[in-house]
Ligand binder design. Structure first.
Ligand SMILES: [Mg+2]
Length: 273
């Protein structure tokens, strides 16, 4: 299912969470809680057996694509792409949110760094990704937030396979952590709506690596319909337990050394999440 062992994946999840906390605290800027909620989702995808990429040739035509729609999760994207060899982790630590680097507060399309799309305006990424999936035979995955899926401009995408053109190589991954910037999120029967519009719908625990691996394979093998992969996650997962799944921490880095230590202590107490 994966290119590396389950234990190695868990170790990577742990070290990426530690780097996220460190990176965002040092910069005093960045969306830590959203990034923490996506760690298993992103690692499970890029380490799936089928997933093709070439860090020496980011524009390789036969690469599988990962688009990011909830662009504020880019700190995780930058660290994952460092893990994959597009550049070094040190490049991210020295360049994050500095002028004239690829590591801005939202991603800017840069294929040599593995960044498929520019983002920032919520819901734009899901349309970029779906459109691109019609232009390539390779798999296209797009990570979106439940907050942005409150927007009609995001939900409208769900009708496209029914009314326009199904893209069986497309997978929409919903980071369903039930929290937006400053409110709780309840998307209601969105999974049922997607089924009506001709999506393969899979609903899983977004922190369960085995479930993720199986779901990605199922999406990859689907021949007729796009896949809507609803991943139930916890915002802030694996950091300060006082902040996990709670409002009030969106885009808020640890404010001082005590808060930073609480995140690191929370991570270390749990070990592999
Ligand atoms: Mg959310």
């Amino acid at each position: 299912m994966f290119k590396i062992t389950h234990q190695e994946l868990e170790e990577k999840a742990f070290s990426i969470r530690r780097d996220l906390i460190e990176l965002i605290y040092r910069a005093r800027s960045g969306h830590l809680d959203t990034s923490l909620s996506l760690v298993e989702i992103w690692l499970g995808l890029v380490y799936s057996d089928f997933f093709q990429y070439d860090p020496k040739n980011g524009a390789w035509e036969d690469r599988d694509r990962v688009f990011l729609s909830e662009g504020h999760a880019c700190p995780l994207q930058y660290l994952i792409n460092a893990e994959l060899g597009y550049y070094s982790v040190n490049d991210v630590f020295t360049g994050f949110r500095k002028p004239k680097t690829p590591f801005q507060g939202h991603s800017i399309r840069d294929l040599k760094c593995g960044l498929e799309n520019s983002n920032g305006s919520l819901s734009i990424g899901v349309w970029q990704a779906y459109g691109h999936s019609l232009e390539t035979k390779r798999s296209v995955f797009c990570i979106a937030g439940d907050g942005e899926f409150q927007e009609p401009s995001s939900q409208a995408l769900l009708s496209v396979p029914h009314y326009l053109k199904p893209a069986p190589n497309f997978t929409l991954i919903l980071n369903d952590n039930h929290l937006a910037q400053d409110s709780e999120v309840d998307l209601g029967p969105i999974a049922d709506v997607a089924k009506l519009y001709n999506w393969q719908v899979i609903q899983i625990d977004g922190h369960d690596l085995n479930a993720l691996g199986e779901a990605y394979l199922q999406a990859y093998n689907e021949q007729d319909r796009p896949t809507f992969l609803v991943c139930r996650t916890i915002k802030g997962k694996g950091g300060d337990p006082e902040n996990e799944g709670r409002l009030g921490h969106h885009g808020k880095p640890p404010q001082n050394d005590d808060e930073y230590r609480n995140y690191i202590a929370g991570l270390e107490a749990k070990g592999r999440v």
